[in-house]
Design a protein around this ligand. Structure first.
Ligand code: IPM
Ligand code: MN
Length: 369
C-alpha cells in the first residue's frame, strides 16, 4: 500500500501563494518518484481573510491542523494590516498552540550562490541553528504603565522554565548526532577530537555575562545534558560574538542552540550569509506533534503577483518537511535538485534577477528530480 500524507497548506499573504505553488509542484513530483501520496487541504488564513471578515484565525485552527501530518506555510504579513496583528495572531499563535517548540533553521550556502562573506565557499557555510520557539521574550509577559507620561515604564520579560530549556537542548544534541557519524564526522573536528570519539559539535549561544539568571539556567542544563552525548563536542559563545564568528568564521559552526529572540536575530544574519531570504527555509517543529515548514523570507508585498520571487526557500522547506515525515530519500533528492539549480541554472537568488520566472524555477527543480 502506498504511504499517504495529509498536508495542510497555508499559502498566506503576498508572494506566499506563488512560492507555495512551486513547493507543491515539487512535493507532487517527489511523491510520484518515490511512491507516496499527498493529500492537500488548503486554508485561506492570512491578511486578505482578516480584512474581509475581521477574523485573524478560526478558534479551532490548531485543533484542525493537529489532524495533519505536517503544515506547509507560505508567508504571513499584509501591507494594509498593522504590523503585529497577523504575525502574533497567526504565526506565533500556531507555534504556541501546536507547541512547536523548536525552530530549525539550516544555514547552508548552496553551490553557485553568491555570499557577501568574502572568500567563503559552500564548504565553509553549512550549519543549523536550533532556535527555542515558544518561550523567552516571546512569552508576552510584561506591560506598560503610565503610558504617555514622562514616567512611563515598559517591561517585557525573558521567561524560561527548566523543561523548555532542556527539551530544546536535547533536540539540538540529537540534531548534532543526526548530522554525522563515526564514518562521517563533522569537518571542523581536529584529529584529537576524532581520536576522542567526537562526531559533531554543539555551540550554546547565550549571554551569560549579562543575562545571569536565564543563561545560568541554559548553561547548567546544557552541560548536564551534554554528559549524555559524549560524542558531541560542546562549545559556548555569547550572542554578540556568535554574530561576529558567523561572519568571520562560519566554518566554526556545526549546530548552534539558542533562545527564541537570539535565534530570531542570528538566523536573519545567517540567511544573508547563505544568499538571502530567497533561499532560506525553516521548520517550526513539535517532535511529538504537528510541524510547520516555511520559507523564512516573509510576504514581500512589492513583488506580489509578478512571478519574479525566488521559490527555492519554499522548495527547501518542502525538503525539510519530507525529511520530517520520514521520506528521507525524497528529501535528499529535492535538496540535490536545489543544489543543481543554484549551481548550474540561476543567475542570482534575488527576486527578478534569477534569469527565470518563479514558475520556471519550480519546473527546473521538477525536471532535475
Ligand atoms: C520569524 C519572524 C517572526 C518571529 C515574526 C514574523 C513574528 O521574524 O519567523 O523569524 O519573530 O519569530
Ligand atoms: Mn525573524
Amino acid at each position: 500500500m502506498t504511504r499517504t500524507y495529509k498536508i495542510a497548506v497555508l499559502p498566506g499573504d503576498g508572494t506566499g501563494p506563488e512560492v507555495v505553488a512551486e513547493g507543491l509542484k515539487v512535493l507532487d513530483a517527489a511523491a510520484g518518484k518515490f511512491n507516496f501520496a499527498v493529500e492537500q487541504t488548503r486554508f485561506d488564513w492570512g491578511g486578505n481573510r482578516y480584512l474581509a471578515t475581521g477574523s485573524v484565525l478560526p478558534d479551532d485552527a490548531a485543533e484542525t491542523l493537529k489532524k495533519f501530518d505536517a503544515v506547509f506555510l507560505g508567508a504571513i504579513g499584509h501591507p494594509n494590516v498593522k504590523p503585529g496583528i497577523l504575525e502574533k495572531g497567526i504565526l506565533l499563535k500556531l507555534r504556541f498552540d501546536l507547541d512547536q517548540y523548536i525552530n530549525l533553521r539550516p544555514v547552508k550556502l548552496y553551490p553557485g550562490v553568491e555570499t557577501p562573506l568574502a572568500g567563503k565557499t559552500p564548504a565553509d557555510i553549512d550549519y543549523v541553528v536550533v532556535r527555542e520557539n515558544t518561550g523567552g521574550i516571546y512569552t508576552g509577559i510584561g506591560g506598560i504603565s503610565m503610558k504617555g507620561t514622562k514616567d512611563e515604564v515598559a517591561v517585557q520579560s525573558m521567561v524560561y522554565n527548566r523543561m523548555q530549556v532542556e527539551r530544546c537542548i536535547r533536540f539540538a544534541f540529537e540534531q548534532a548526532v543526526k548530522r554525522h557519524s563515526k564514518a562521517r564526522p563533522w569537518r571542523g573536528l581536529s584529529e584529537k577530537d576524532i581520536a576522542a570519539g567526537k562526531i559533531g559539535q554543539l555551540t550554546l549561544c547565550g549571554k551569560t555575562n549579562v543575562l545571569t539568571f536565564v543563561f545560568d539556567l541554559w548553561e547548567r542544563t546544557f552541560y548536564e545534558v551534554a554528559a549524555e552525548y559524549p560524542e558531541i563536542k560542546t562549545d559556548y559563545c555569547h550572542v554578540d560574538a556568535t554574530c561576529m564568528w558567523m561572519v568571520k568564521n562560519p566554518e566554526w559552526f556545526d549546530v548552534i542552540v539558542t533562545c527564541n529572540i537570539f535565534g530570531d536575530i542570528i538566523t536573519d544574519l545567517g540567511a544573508m550569509t547563505q544568499g538571502g531570504m530567497g533561499i532560506a527555509a525553516g521548520g517550526n517543529i513539535n517532535p511529538e506533534g504537528v510541524s510547520m515548514f516555511e520559507p523564512i523570507g516573509g510576504s514581500a508585498p512589492k513583488y506580489t503577483g509578478l512571478g519574479v520571487i525566488n521559490p527555492l526557500a519554499a522548495v527547501s522547506a518542502v525538503a525539510m518537511l519530507l525529511d520530517f515525515i520520514g521520506e528521507t530519500r525524497a528529501a535528499e533528492a529535492v535538496e540535490k535538485s536545489v543544489a543543481f539549480v543554484t549551481g548550474k541554472k540561476l543567475k542570482s537568488m534575488a527576486a527578478g534577477k534569477m534569469g527565470y520566472s518563479t514558475r520556471e524555477v519550480g519546473d527546473l527543480i521538477v525536471e532535475n528530480l
